[in-house]
Design a protein around this ligand. Structure first.
Ligand code: RBF
Length: 160
C-alpha cells in the first residue's frame, strides 16, 4: 500500500518563519511560499508569518510556533550567502540541525527553505517568481507532509 500526501492545503494552518537577513531574497522566498499556499487552497486567516533576525534564530521560533498545537506545518525561509567568514557553515549547520530537532520534538513537519549559496546571483536564481522559487518548493513540501501525516496518524489511531 502506498501512503502519500496531497497538494490540497484547504484547512491547513501553516506558519512561515522568515529571516530578515538578506531580506531582498527572503521576501521573494516568502512571496513564492504564499503563492504556493494560496494556489493549493490555504486561507489567508490560516497563514501566519513570524519574522526573525537571521537564519540562526529560525529553529527556536519554529519550535515555539509548532508547540502551540495550532499549526499543521512550518515553512522555514532564510538566505545564507557565503562570504569570507566561517560563520556561513556554523549558521547553516545550526539551522539545519535545529529545524530537524524542532520537527522531531513537536511532530510538526518543517520544510527547509534556507538558501545556502556562494553569491547573491545564485540566491536570486533560486528566488524567481515561478515554481522554481525555493519558497514555493518548501511550502509545497510542507503541504505534502502535513496531509501525509494526517493520513498516517489516522491510520495509526485505528490500529491502537
Ligand atoms: N543570517 C542569515 O540568515 N544569513 C547570513 O548570511 C548571515 N550571515 C551572518 C554572518 C555573520 C558573520 C554573523 C555574525 C551573522 C550572520 N547572520 C546571517 C545572522 C545570524 O543568523 C543571526 O541572526 C545573528 O548571528 C544573531 O544571532
Amino acid at each position: 500500500m502506498i501512503l502519500e500526501g496531497s497538494l490540497d492545503a484547504r484547512g491547513l494552518r501553516i506558519t512561515l518563519v522568515v529571516a530578515r537577513f538578506n531580506a531582498d531574497i527572503t521576501e521573494r522566498l516568502q512571496r513564492g511560499a504564499l503563492e504556493a499556499l494560496k494556489a493549493a487552497g490555504a486561507k489567508d486567516e490560516d497563514i501566519s508569518i513570524v519574522q526573525v533576525p537571521g537564519s540562526f534564530e529560525i529553529p527556536l521560533a519554529a519550535q515555539v510556533a509548532a508547540s502551540t498545537g495550532e499549526v499543521d506545518a512550518v515553512v522555514c525561509l532564510g538566505c545564507l550567502i557565503k562570504g569570507e567568514t566561517p560563520h556561513f557553515d556554523y549558521i547553516a549547520s545550526a539551522a539545519a540541525h535545529g529545524i530537524t530537532a524542532a520537527a522531531a520534538a513537536t511532530g510538526v513537519p518543517m520544510a527547509f527553505g534556507i538558501l545556502t549559496t556562494n553569491s547573491q546571483e545564485q540566491a536570486l536564481a533560486r528566488a524567481r517568481a515561478d515554481k522554481t522559487n525555493k519558497g514555493w518548493e518548501a511550502a509545497t513540501a510542507a503541504i505534502e507532509m502535513a496531509t501525509m501525516l494526517r493520513t498516517l496518524r489516522a491510520r495509526e489511531g485505528l490500529r491502537a
